[in-house]
Design a protein around this ligand. Sequence first.
Ligand code: DP6
Length: 325
Amino acid sequence: MPLLKATACACSNIAFIKYWGNRDDALRIPVNGSISMNLDGLYTRTTVTFDPNLNADSALVDGREMSGGGMTRISHHLDQVRRRAGVETRARIESVSNFPAGVGIASSASAFAALSLAAVKALDLRMSEAELSALARLGSGSASRSIPTGFVEWFAGDSHESSFAASIAPVDHWALVDVVALVSKAHKATGSTEGHHTAATSPLQAARVADAARRLDLCRKALLSRDFEAFAEVVEQDSDIMHAIMMTGRPALFYWQPATLTIMAEVRRLRASGLPLLYTIDAGPNVHCLCPADYADQVDQAVRALPGVVDTLRAGVGHGAWVES
Ligand code: DP6
């Protein structure tokens, strides 16, 4: 049997309506749907080589040989692809992301989206975009949203087949830019997967989930009509609610650092002064500051000047996952 090899890339994404908590942890079926935008230029490039001479999977991720839980997670994901292709061949993975991992810029999203697409291509499996998105979801929930292009909605669903993401607007629908204010480049203490497992221990989670359809609706409408004010209102509320769950679950997760709050206050102040700008924060201390592209320079300068901001990253709206060569 020849080597079966393919390379694929996928952008990271930033959620406007967040995924936090699963109704089925094993299948990563979320308790609520979510909406995101792919981040242009912040991506993972992954090569998968299925080789009959290998007796175990192995992976080189950002120059580090994977072992332990990280390797098991990748291997389990490859099992899903192998099962669908009816093969048992082990694989070598080589993966590089061009942004710091584990700082609240979902590296697992781009990583599992790129891994899924590369593995599917290498084994020449035919899959629809929805099937590929559902497959990526099994590796990391947010990876389901890095498969389709532009602005994306992940429909929660109630089964493997019905829980997938699809594009709700193309890349050129709205020229938004995410100016990520980096407070820390250190790896976060508690990853999202453990966080999802504890979400239900917060007494506030039930209220968050009960109100999710309303927030999804407001966000989708504001996005489709490019209504920045309405968009900012719901996106910030959704982020704040998710962090309230994190802080009040057991064990409690506090991702914010003092500089995180400084940036949030500055974003609110700038918006009150007329600048279209909003914040949203994932499972880390860094703050995603979103604005129309015309304001990105001004926003970048303003956040860089704040105490505790060590750097910024910038990304426009990105495409869906793609196969290379
Ligand atoms: C806070 O998709 O990273 O970024 O499915 O366990 O890999 P796993 O979790 P992950 O969770 C993302 C959480 C979030 C919000 C979001 O992106 O929707």
